[in-house]
Each structure stands twice: as structure tokens, then as C-alpha cells.
Design a protein around this ligand. Sequence first.
Ligand SMILES: Nc1ncnc2c1ncn2[C@@H]1O[C@H](COP(=O)(O)OP(=O)(O)OP(=O)(O)O)[C@@H](O)[C@H]1O
Ligand SMILES: [Mg+2]
Length: 226
Amino acid sequence: MVNNNSILSFKNISKSYGNQIILNDISLEIENGKSIAIVGQSGTGKTTFLNISGLIDTPDTGKIFYKNQDVSDFNEMERSLFRNKHIGFIFQMHYLLPQCTVIENILIPTLTNKNKSEKNASIKRAKELLDQLGMIENINKLPGQLSGGECQRTACIRALINQPELILADEPTGSLDEESATILFTELLKLNKELNTTLLLVTHSMKLAEQMDMILQLKNHKLSKN
Ligand SMILES: Nc1ncnc2c1ncn2[C@@H]1O[C@H](COP(=O)(O)OP(=O)(O)OP(=O)(O)O)[C@@H](O)[C@H]1O
Ligand SMILES: [Mg+2]
């Protein structure tokens, strides 16, 4: 029924807020390992679509399959466990915990892991990513002591720490200067290619979108190939 090579499969997804239709009868397969850009004007529903893809929000009608598994009817607890295991989410707003340092924020998704050697591997990985993104000097700072771009880079590393199969990124480079944006974007594409991580990324930059395997445009409540 579902394409075996797809990581995410949407069947007739619709979503409205009140009487405002956002997504209308979207059916789509996201192929495993691909990098996909989602573009579209402000307010068209890109974040809504990403939230539904990441099981943060639910569609009014339609079904979602993750690698052939129907995840549409998961309860809150099942969704949250599923997200932690499979998905790295980089939000449009970074949502760092203000009382925790950079490294503590990054390690939050690993807290359910009790295994000591895996914990150490996570710390090592966090430090490598901090280094790659030019953030190692900020490791013990609080979010209030960082620039907006540095907060966003921290949130990206937090999303990558569990080596998720699927990365959902909502304008991750929107608040960064061009050089930092390029570094972060290149890092995300590298993970996509080297680790076969599927990347779904919302961006307003056609320059970035054109470097990805496919561009989907959200327009008139539908997502279609650009
Ligand atoms: N929780 C909500 N309740 C009511 N309306 C909402 C809610 N979330 C989003 N909307 C509305 O749905 C529409 C789509 O919002 P969404 O955030 O998905 O757009 P977007 O394409 O991500 O926009 P942007 O490019 O500005 O981030 C907007 O008109 C927004 O006002
Ligand atoms: Mg948005």
C-alpha cells in the first residue's frame, strides 16, 4: 500500500483552524534519505505541515505513515516517545531552556538514556558538533548570554544529538548571518548525505532550496513539486 522506500507518507491530509482552511487533501510520499525544501509565502501553512509531519500537531482528516507504520492514531505518550527516537526538530523559535547551559540544553533529548557509555558518546558528539558550528567557546553559557544565531545553532545541535532518521527544520538559518547560515546548512546537508538522514527544511531562500534534492511549494492549501 505504501511505497517501501518512503520514510513519511501522507494520505489525504487536511487541516483547518476554525473556518480557515490551511492544508487541503494533501497526499505525498517523502523518500528515505532525500533532502526536501518546503517553500511558500508566509502564512500558507509550512509550519503547520512540519508540525503534522513531526507528530506535534494532528490533521483533522487523513493518515500519516512512518516507514509503513500508521502513526495517525498514536496517543500523546506514543507520539512523544516516537519523536524522541526518530525525529530531530529544529523549530522556527529555538525554545531553549533559559536556566540550562548550552551543553545541558543540547543533552536534553538524551536524558532518557541511562547507559553510561552512550551518555559519554552523546557528550563527545555534542562537543564535535559545537566545534563544527563554531560554538565550543559557548558551551557553558546560558541562552540569555548568546546571540539569536547562537541560540539557533544550539537548538540545531540539540536536534541532531540523537542522530535522528528524520530532521524537520523550520527556517533554521532564518536568524543567522550569511556565513553562519551557510555553515549550518552545509552541516545539515552533510548529515543528510553521509548518514542517510532525511531532511525536510522550510526556507524562504531559493538559493538554499535549490541545493536540495527536491523543492515542494505550499500554495492554495496544496504541496506540489516546484
Ligand atoms: N494554533 C493556531 N490557531 C489558529 N490559527 C493558526 C494556528 N497556527 C497557525 N495558524 C494560522 O494558520 C496559518 C498558517 O500558519 P503557519 O504558521 O503554518 O504558516 P507558515 O507558512 O509557517 O508562515 P511563516 O512563513 O510566516 O512562518 C496562518 O494564517 C496562521 O495564522
Ligand atoms: Mg512558519
